[in-house]
Structure formats: C-alpha cells, structure tokens
Design a protein around this ligand. Structure first.
Ligand code: GLY
Ligand code: MN
Length: 463
C-alpha cells in the first residue's frame, strides 16, 4: 500500500472534480468459480484501490461532497473467519492506513444510501461490471439492474479518468517493476521457443514466473504460433520450424499495476528472410510511433503514422502498392493492421476501460471513427504528460479476412492480392512496449526487452 496521504490526496482531488452529493465506491466481492466456497482469485476493483487502497472483498467507500466526510464500510472478522483466515486487522486499523478515520459495518451502507435517496441527494457511482456488484448496487439504489447503466455518474466517470490517467512516480515505479518481471517472462519464452515444444509448456512456465514474483498475470497469456488471431488463448499447438511465436503477456504488482508486453520470435531462433522483412516493418512502425510521442499530439495521429510505416514496408515488399498516404486514408492497411496502436495502462491493463472507452480515449476534439480498423482504436485523443500507453503495431495475414477482401476486390488499387495469397501461411507479428509520455517525448518503461532482429536472435540462442 502507498502512504495514507496518497489516498487522502487522491480523494481530495476527486472532490474538486465533483459538485455535490455522495460518491459511492463499491469494492469487489468474491466470485464463485464452480461452487460458492471455491472462488476465483480475488481482484479488487481498480477505482476502489485507487481511492481507498484496501485489497479484500466486501468493502465500500463513501465520500460526502457536501460535508467533506469520508467513510469506509466493512465488517471485522469474527472467530469463524479467524479459524479459516487467521487474525486480520480491524476495519478501523485498515481505514487509518488509507487516511480514513470513520468506519461502519457494511449493513450501515444501505441505511446511508436509503436516507440519501429519500432526501433526493445525488449519488454518484461508476459503471458496474461484475454480476455481484450489479446486484448489490441495484439493491442499494433500488433500481432495476438494467437501469443502472443509465444512472451512472458521468461527472464521476470523467473525474476518475482525469485523475487515474496521469501517473505519479510511485505508480510508474510499480509499473516498471512489472515490466522487469515481464522481461524475465519474455526472455524465458524466447529461449524455449524451439520446434517440438507445445505452446502450453511456455505459457504455463511464464505465468509461473509471474506468480513466483507475487505478480499474477494482468490478462490471460496470449501465446501462439497462430498470431494472426489477435487474442489467441489456445495453447495446444506444437511449435514447428518456420512459424513465428507471438507472446503477449504481462503481470500485475501487489498493488495491481500492470505490464503488457508483446514480442514475436521465429521458432528455432533464426529469422528467415521473409520473416525478417515483415518483422522489421512492424519494428519500424513501433519505433516511429514511439519517436512521435509528445505532449499534445493526438494518439490517433501516431496510430496513423504507424499505419503509414506499415504500408511503406509492405509496398517495398510488393504486398501493397499505390500512393502510401492515400492507402492509409482509405484504410487499406487495415487488411494487415486491423487493430489500434495502443491503450492506456495502469491499474487495469486496458486502463479505465470499464468507464467506457469513448470517455477514456475520445473527447470533443477527437471523435471515434466508425470505419473498420480505426474504430478499434481504443484511444485517439491528445496525449498528456505522465500518461502511460502501450505502443503495439502489428502485421497479420488473416486468411479469412484476405478471402473476403479479395472476393470483393476491395481497395485493389493498393493491394497485390496475388502476392498476399503467398503469405496466408505466415501468421502474425506484434511488437508492444509500455511507454511514459514525458516532457521530451516517450520513455520506454522498464528493462529493455530484446526487440531488434539481432537482439532477439542473440537472446534465443544464448543459453
Ligand atoms: N495485451 C492484450 C491487449 O492489449 O489487448
Ligand atoms: Mn496491449
């Protein structure tokens, strides 16, 4: 946990963003896995963590904007709990650690909220995303669960996004610690990527590395020789010479700050000419995008710059043709790069996504596109100092998508479909780093994870 003042200051800053009423933060509850007492590993809600810091189930925090008070609701353990879980600090003791001096048993929360409702006070809450929280909130607010979404507080959503998007030094340190663990996960995976190994052997081992550092994975490991499927969670393929292995994996710290790194490596440790050509095109896009980062630039502009680098490279290889700018303007690159360049990262690996992507990534200046490809860009607006973003361009040869486009002769002035046919067995490549927006541009966070052809090959062959 950070010092108590960090949490008090965050709540004070949030109060400045809001006008009146109560702000209600519900912590997460345990969620059943296959029967009630066998639960998924507990993961606290990220906004609750940000403002109230406490990391166990069945807690709520309330900030009263009108009288300035703050309260944590939760129950002290009884002897039955102590038998199973051991002695726990009291809620009062825990609350003091996050700068809150008023607590009450959990059942008092319903009384407070009912009273506020009856008085017609504004009650601010964030969009719930878990079944348990939806039911709890629905009871507290006396609202049908289907009506909760319509009643979330836009003012609160915007305030939380404004604060959580900008990372302080303590948060950046947490993120960098997790990138250093990701370094070990990724370099280990690189060394294991040999023909005959089954994907799950590597996926299981690198998840174990994360756990052995007290850092559960921040999202299910993506590790596949079928990297053309963007989020491939199937780990049953045997690695074969000639394929590339996409490894997209990160972990989260004890305080739940994430890392999210992707590397793509040739099975066996040596890039073929064909692999190297596509790889270096993705790498150029990654480097050009990172170099373009600066305060005030719309992230969508950087996304389109990465797309331009991709078209440039594919044109050199004879896969694309025509005017490069026009190709990007018309979205021809989206056959190969159908996703967005990146997303914010922090307490959530896709930071704040539960608030609504458009609130996080767009504003009155940069409106989300509806076009294929650009519509998947989660974040388009201007970058600010101390935003942490991922930069993750990729090139994928998706046979099903190629067939559809080819049958429609779609954007054929920019795509050499005969040549594309010869890449249908290629797979995909993505290269992802986590960066901090600084006064002078971007700092790639954490210990550098090999990404040039030479460094990847050296790592894979160094035993
Ligand atoms: N690393 C998975 C993603 O960014 O969606
Ligand atoms: Mn990512």
């Amino acid at each position: 946990m950070f010092p108590a003042k960090v949490y008090s200051d965050r709540r004070a800053m949030l109060r400045k963003e809001l006008s009146k009423g109560l702000v209600l933060f519900l912590g997460n509850q345990d969620s059943a896995f296959n029967y009630p007492a066998n639960t998924y590993s507990f993961r606290q809600d990220s906004s609750f963590l940000y403002f109230f810091g406490l990391d166990h189930p069945d807690l709520a925090g309330v900030i009263d904007l009108d009288d300035g008070t703050e309260q944590i609701f939760g129950n002290d353990v009884d002897i039955d709990d102590i038998i199973w879980m051991g002695r726990q600090p009291t809620i009062d003791e825990q609350a003091l650690n996050v700068g809150v001096d008023t607590t009450a048993p959990l059942k008092e929360l319903a009384v407070l909220i009912k009273d506020a409702r009856e008085k017609g006070r504004m009650i601010h809450f964030l969009p719930p995303y878990r079944g348990e929280t939806i039911l709890w909130l629905s009871d507290l607010m006396d609202l049908d669960h289907l009506k909760l979404r319509e009643n979330v507080s836009i003012e609160l959503i915007k305030g939380v996004i404004k604060l959580r998007m900008v990372k302080d030094d303590l948060e950046i340190k947490e993120i960098e610690k997790m990138i250093d663990v990701a370094w070990l996960m990724h370099t280990t995976a690189m060394k294991m990527a040999k023909a005959g190994v089954v994907e799950q052997e590597i996926a299981g081992l690198i998840e174990g590395i994360a756990l052995s550092h007290g850092a559960p994975v921040s999202f299910p490991v993506i590790l596949s020789i079928n990297g053309q499927t963007l989020h491939n969670h199937y780990h049953g393929n045997t690695l074969t010479e000639g394929r590339m292995l996409v490894i997209d994996a990160g972990c989260e710290s004890g305080l739940h700050y994430a890392s999210d790194i992707t590397r793509t490596v040739p099975v066996g440790g040596k890039f073929s000419e064909r692999q190297k050509e596509i790889y270096e095109t993705v790498l150029n896009a990654n480097l050009a995008a990172t170099a373009a980062v600066r305060i005030g630039i719309p992230f969508r502009e950087i996304h389109l710059l990465a797309a331009t680098e991709i078209v440039k490279g594919l044109k050199t290889l004879g896969i694309m043709k025509g005017d490069i700018r026009e190709a990007v303007r018309k979205g021809a690159h989206t056959l190969f790069f159908p996703h967005g360049l990146g997303h914010p990262m922090g307490l959530d690996v896709h930071d704040l996504e539960g608030m609504g992507e458009n609130f996080v990534g767009y504003d009155h200046e940069v409106i989300r596109s509806k076009e294929f490809g650009l519509a998947f860009l989660r974040f388009g607006r201007k970058l600010q100092k101390n935003f942490v973003m991922t930069i993750e361009p990729g090139i994928y040869f998706i046979p099903e998508l190629i067939d559809i486009w080819k049958n429609e002769n779609k954007l054929a002035e920019f795509i050499n479909y005969d040549k594309v046919e010869t890449y249908k067995d290629f797979g995909g490549i993505r290269i992802e780093d986590d960066i901090l927006v600084t006064d002078t541009g971007a700092r790639v966070l954490g210990k550098p994870i090999p990404k040039t052809v030479a460094d990847v090959e050296k790592t894979m062959n160094d035993n």
